[in-house]
Design a protein around this ligand. Structure first.
Ligand code: FAD
Length: 461
């Protein structure tokens, strides 16, 4: 069509890149996608999927404990880390092969090479020592975990990528950072019997989540023996014959066999020609894009974690599909970032959709809060002293449900379904008119009669 080798060249075969390549090819575009590692990217190989499988394994620890109250005997049960690592790796390799097969079926050409942008239309394929041209380039290179290089001895630390190939389960782990990745791995390690400490410079874990989620997960983690240190961080790390010693800013010494930095991720935007091609980056190195994921270089687009908008797999996938539809599907599509559900696969699990109580109160003059904190049926027989938390944040003027926040078993599954109602604009009355499904935990969502709080801004001021 245009004298270019390809209509679209995608750099990065992760969640976003693969979806964009497949959809663009299905629209009839000539597409190539370069991937320097295995196909599938962070989610499949080093993120959501292996992490969720590890969390699933961690759940057996509690399920086994609980089973005793239901008549089971579980003496002699033991956990074997190498078996978990081996079986999860086999599964993620299998998923990677499915991704590759689906790409192939779509007609997109997979090139196994690092790609470097030479100019706005030219891409050099490093492992093939050749260059190709494309009308449009899509940058889908994701992000990478980072060590804190300001901490002396940080080179003794590990990042989340390393966990999935660790030969031995550490006896003691220190986790620096209390975002979702740090909190999830804390629960996983603790369930496997590792002495687990989280250290976080802020005053509560899981920044950005509703405060009831933050506090409920915090309390649940402590119930499981995880030590959480707030308002402090690791200032230096020393390797000794007895293991690693982290010295906190407060002077406190923290002994560990592994120190995990879970302090956020860096967009993969360096050293492959973006600024030279006219692509603007922000102060954190994220590619700056407009609502259609278009960069400052008009024919270059960027999606997913490299743009640091909402770093979640389904969002990267949506963004990739939207670019393919915009460029080759004859309809400009902008992704709607409202009401994106999110989960924390912690112990206990948490999930959320829509506005937190804090944001709702800052945005709306009238907000009603409905909350249920209750012991699920099975916990009584199991003798587990843990409650589930469900919360609806409601616009007091229109009765519309603005947010739903849950902590407890299967929170993620519940919130995925509740997200449909929240996105459709369901009111609290709609929830109330829905007949309960009994006996479930989820029935609490449709049986919360009285608000725990009626916030009215005039009254509050
Ligand atoms: P990626 O999937 O990272 O793909 C980028 C690809 O580009 C990589 O394969 C890389 O090798 C390749 N690449 C980079 N540079 C080049 C180059 N120059 N040439 C060729 N190839 C290149 N999200 C959720 O929704 N749910 C979760 O439960 C969840 N859990 C997570 C747990 C962890 C531990 C982590 C780290 C992340 C998790 N995420 C989760 C986030 C999710 O994994 C990411 O948002 C998602 O993978 C981003 O997809 P992407 O396509 O932007 O990038």
């Amino acid at each position: 069509m245009t004298g270019f080798d390809y209509d679209l060249f995608v750099i990065g075969g992760g969640s976003g890149g693969v979806r964009a390549a497949r959809v663009a090819a299905e629209h009839g575009a000539k597409v190539a996608i370069a991937e320097e590692d295995k196909v599938g990217g962070t989610c499949v190989l080093r993120g959501c999927v292996p992490k969720k499988l590890f969390a699933h394994s961690a759940h057996f620890a509690e399920a086994l404990e609980d089973s005793v109250g239901f008549g089971w005997s579980v003496e002699g049960v033991r956990f074997d880390w190498p078996t978990l690592v081996r079986n999860v790796t086999a599964d993620t390799d299998y998923l990677s092969s499915i991704y590759t097969r689906n790409l192939d079926r779509s007609g997109a050409e997979l090139i196994r090479s690092r790609a470097v942008i030479e100019d706005a239309h030219t891409i050099r394929l490093e492992s093939e020592s050749r260059a190709v041209t494309a009308r449009y380039i899509l940058v889908a290179t994701g992000g990478s975990p980072k060590l804190d290089s300001a901490v002396p001895g940080h080179e003794h630390g590990i990042v989340s990528d390393d966990i999935f190939t660790m030969p031995l389960l550490p006896k003691r782990v220190l986790i620096v950072g209390a975002g979702f990745v740090g909190i999830e791995f804390a629960g996983i390690f603790a369930a496997f019997g590792t002495e687990t400490t989280v250290i976080h410079r802020g005053d509560e874990i899981l920044r950005g989540f509703d405060m009831d989620i933050r506090r409920s997960v915090h309390a649940g983690m402590e119930r499981r023996g995880i030590s959480i240190i707030m308002g402090d961080t690791v200032a230096s790390i020393e390797k000794t014959p007895a293991g690693l010693v982290g010295t906190a800013r407060s002077g406190r010494k923290l002994n560990a066999d592994a120190i995990l930095f879970a302090i956020g991720r860096t967009p993969n935007s360096g050293a492959f020609g973006l600024p030279e091609a006219g692509v603007a980056l922000d102060a954190n190195g994220a590619v700056v894009v407009d609502e259609f994921s278009r960069t400052s270089a008009g024919n270059i687009y960027a999606i997913g974690d490299v743009t640091n908008r909402l770093c979640l797999t389904p969002v990267a996938i949506r963004e990739g599909e939207a670019v393919a539809d915009t460029l080759f599907g004859g309809r400009p599509v902008a992704v709607d970032y409202r009401n994106v559900p999110e989960a924390v696969f912690s112990q206990p699990e948490a999930a959320t959709v829509g506005l937190t109580e804090e944001v709702a109160k800052a945005t709306f003059p009238a907000v009603d809060i409905y909350k249920a904190v209750f012991k699920p049926l099975a916990n009584r027989v199991a003798g587990r002293d843990e409650r589930m938390m469900m919360k609806l944040v409601v616009d007091g003027s229109t009765d519309r449900v603005l947010g739903c926040h849950i902590v407890g078993d299967h929170a993620s599954e519940l919130v995925q379904v509740a997200a449909i109602a929240v996105r459709m604009g369901a009111t609290k009355a709609d929830f109330d008119q829905t007949v309960a499904l009994h006996p479930t935990a989820a029935e609490e969502l449709v049986t919360m009669r009285k608000p725990a709080e009626r916030f009215r801004r005039e009254a509050a001021e």
